[in-house]
Design a protein around this ligand. Sequence first.
Ligand SMILES: [Zn+2]
Length: 514
Amino acid sequence: MEFAIYSRKSKQTGKGESIENQIAVCQKYIENHFGTQHNIHIFAEEGFSAKNKERPQLQNMLLWAEQKKLDYIVCYRLDRISRNVGDFAQLTEELSKYGTAFICVQEQFDTATPTGRAMMYMASVFAQLERETIAERVKDNMLHLAKKGYWLGGSPPLGFVSKRVVEKNHSFCCLQQHSSEIVTAQKIYLFFLQYCSLSAVKRKLEEEHIFSKQNKPFSLTGIKEILTNPVYCHADAQARAYFLNQNATVTFSEAQCSHSYGLLAYNKRNYAKKSAPRQKTEHWIVAKGRHKAIVTGKQWIAVQAILQRNRPSVEQSKTENEYALLSGILYCGKCKSKMQPKKRRNQQKNAIAFDYICKGKLQKQCTIQNLSGRDTDEKTEKLLLEYIAEKNCFDEIFQKYECQSFSQQMKQCQNAIAYCQRQKENYVMLLGEKRANRILTEEINKKLIELEQEQNVWRQTQFALEKKQIQWQQKKNISFFSLWQELSIKQKQEAIRFLIKKGIWNGEEICYDL
Ligand SMILES: [Zn+2]
């Protein structure tokens, strides 16, 4: 087998085991667990911190892994390779794609074993939690701005330009109609209400030689984007009721409804994910803007209803199964087909009764016995938890992750607050100097306000973190078991697929491939 040993020591702090010691411990581990007949490649790094992945030897090693030249990466301690939970989760995911397992000597963390993978799964849950906290924070800030009807930047939708306005010493942007473009948007709504079809609208526009901002024919998605954007819709009572009904956060009252001003929707995309996918309407913040809109709430809602009706019904046929934990990983030992969960006809009140049935059997080509779904799931769950409990190193590592992630975020806040403070003090000092003229003074005052705002955002973040930390501490004795109980069926399915490669039913028992 091909092993890589990764060791790192940061020069600045000088703390931690020496590179040579780290390597020696790893070599010993490989020898004890795998014997001596292996190739070992050393990747050592000095003077780099594990803040990010921009380290030459690490990158070099990952390249090797990508070329499938490595079976195992061994390192002395987890923090040698990464201090960032998110980074780490991404890294291990990448490695497993290349078929490279990862071993941490001190933490006894081996991704080739189910326990190792369990811990990795939890690590990715943390990463998820962290991302969600950020998303929440972003939403809070947006809500604040949304109430004022500001345009938050980005390219304005067709028919509008972004205009800077100064009001009570505050400068901000809002939308304003663009006289020729807005006519195009009006036509798109008109055509659609007339023909009820995106491609008909597209044809119609081309016939009339109407083109997009980039002077190209409109695409179907481009047209749909315009038709689903609330920016064109009046902030009237019907629109308000529609969004409330969709569980969106609406920031204006019944009395504030208007037939001249349009809507603005914030938080439409999820920026916690790389591709920033569109979010469901329930996550939106819908506010009254300061721009003139072109269609009434009634018309806009009609457009949405037609779009909904036109949607191909493929999604409905692909029902997701929300009850069988082992769906997708259970196979028939006789004919090698997948075992498929199937609900029983006479359903009980509380729990769904179902069986795992061989797909071959459903086509009358196999005779293997069915498996009782609920029993099988329960037994598997129990086995899995027992296995993990037996290894008994979960709690310690869990806490370690927890602390690391908090202290890191906290530090970031403290640094940012201190930075703002220093800058503010510098500006105040400048202000005190006699040479400062009126223009400079204004400029400095503006800067000071900006810094104050920025500092406040960081203070709020810090406060939220502190609150969360207290909550976690109250739950101190978190074990894998108690965490497991809190997972939803969907999360459990995900976790099980992560932990068990497959299970084979031979008619008498299930053999698990972990
Ligand atoms: Zn079969």
